[in-house]
Design a protein around this ligand. Sequence first.
Ligand code: SF4
Length: 367
Amino acid sequence: MNAPTLKALVGVGILTVFVAVGLSSRLSPRATAAPSAESRRTDPADARSGSTPSPNGDFVPAYLALHESGELAERARELWSMMESCNLCPRNCGVNRLAGAQGFCRAPGSDLVIASVQPHFGEERPLVGHGGSGTIFFSHCNLRCVFCQNYQISILGRGNRVSIEQLATAMLQLQAFGAHNINVVTPTHYTPHIVAAIDIAAGRGLRLPIVWNTSGWERVEVVRLLDGIVDIYLPDMKFASGEESGQFARSPSYPEKTKLAIVEMHRQVGVAHPNSEGIVNRGLMIRHLVMPDSASGSKEVLDWIAANLPTDTYINIMEQYSPHYEAFNHPRIARRITPEEYQQVVDHAHHLGLSNLDSRAARWLRE
Ligand code: SF4
């Protein structure tokens, strides 16, 4: 799909924009195989013919060095092998996805399913700039919250099977469109595929930072394998308490695992600082969704951030909670939040000295 065509489709909405490379077809045999042992290091001819300049100027993404050394392909193979007894996420299902088995996330074996590819202008402003954030929404999810607003994609699995090559092509198309980054949304259960696709795309001229847009519920061992690949981590901190994460996302270990993962993410990329054009190319950006009746433990989440990370850590305190999917089966969370509930959380962040709130939250700051 060329850039004008893609542009014309922007605004049609999530679920509707697909790269025109046969996404409705089944994966080819090649696509279901493990990433090739043959290194896909930068081919100058490839780079000349297939790439377009990055809108981020001279920025050099972290993965380029690993691509050049062959380490990126090695990481992809290591991650791929983890699907034999899948432990890519804290669910530790142990199913053999390489033999076609499905675990809790319902990813279809080792096949890759994506729901949409689009420049997105509703993400955090430092990710959007003038060209948008190049979002790729992955189908299925390892967390499956009862209130998920994207449940058609994450729980019902809406999307199309694609090959790793097609995923790499989609990344390059987003760069050609002028997106500032490649924003992989709900990536965890497809980590091997994404790393393999980055390796291919890097050889063809991809130079955008990767945004790891995750629920936060990651195994720290897997996050360590992303060191030097991901430039921007965008994790949620959804719950402060295992009681609520168990009730609403069947993951009592969520707070414990997510805290470990976020500390590791910060170690790798540090604080997110925008460049002179207001664009963030590297760093940690945390999202927290305020829920009704303090169900997500907002104040405790902020307390933890203040105690364990720099006070200028970027935090997006989100107010858009709305009951979706099965939330109406849980009276406590079957409503929107009130302005007062949101204001109290922003005030608490201010009280803790957290100084780098997303601009939308910062508007609620009181003197
Ligand atoms: S990625 Fe899916 S199959 Fe693998 S451990 Fe997580 S939920 Fe289970």
